[in-house]
Design a protein around this ligand. Structure first.
Ligand code: CA
Length: 224
């Protein structure tokens, strides 16, 4: 899943990027309100982490821009302020949760996962495709009850397939939702990653190639 992080403190933004990438998310970072408003309105994200005090445009205005553009994904607001009136204003502007600085990186990850789970509906806390399970809250895969070890990139790709079981996902879909924009892979790289995931899955479930179109996660055994 792809997350937009908006934070003008460059060191803090980098800490957030590292923590969220380690947790299996693809991360784009913006450092000012105008760039954040544009990115969030133009690109496909699963959630955002948004600082309120930003140059060029304040965080609440950015959040209103996103909501006005029809972006309904969950937003975790970060603020140095801890005044009740700021929280009320944030929730009124469409924030889903709040974190006051300073905070632990683990807490950002936990809050983000909780927001994503609420968005997906509580029934979807564990997604399954045959013997493969994905715990959305913990961000963990298991295959036949055993923990499945994946690299961060493999994790992002497989998590995206788990959210769309049986559906044809094109290369464009995958790169748009799985990769941060500065990491767009060429198609050979995607094939290599898909190949590695296939070997780890051992054929159940299968990542089926739809020639010239994309890939599909199929839970049951299929021929060919
Ligand atoms: Ca700030």
């Amino acid at each position: 899943m792809r997350i937009l992080v908006v934070e003008d403190d460059v060191a803090l933004a980098q800490q957030l990027r590292v923590a969220l990438e380690a947790a299996g998310f693809a991360v784009d970072v913006e450092h000012d309100g105008e760039a954040a408003s544009f990115a969030g309105s133009a690109e496909a994200y699963s959630a955002a982490v948004l600082d309120l005090g930003l140059p060029l445009k304040d965080g609440l205005s950015v959040l209103r821009d996103w909501r006005d553009a029809g972006r309904s994904w969950p937003v975790l607001v970060l603020t140095a302020r801890n005044r009740w009136s700021d929280k009320v204003a944030g929730f009124n502007a469409g924030a889903d949760d709040y974190l006051t600085k300073p905070f632990l990186m683990d807490e950002v990850v936990l809050r983000l996962r909780a927001m994503l789970r609420r968005t997906a509906g509580s029934a979807a806390a564990v997604l399954a495709a045959g013997p493969l399970q994905y715990d959305v809250v913990q961000g963990r895969f298991s295959l036949l009850g055993q923990s499945l070890q994946l690299t961060a990139q493999e994790h992002r790709i497989l998590a995206y397939f788990m959210h769309h079981p049986g559906k044809l996902l094109t290369r464009a879909d995958i790169s748009e939702h799985v990769y941060a924009r500065d990491l767009d892979p060429d198609s050979n790289t995607l094939d290599v990653l898909i190949g590695r995931i296939r070997r780890k899955l051992g054929g159940a479930p299968q990542l089926v190639t739809e020639r010239g179109q994309g890939f599909r996660l199929v839970a049951s055994d299929v021929e060919g």
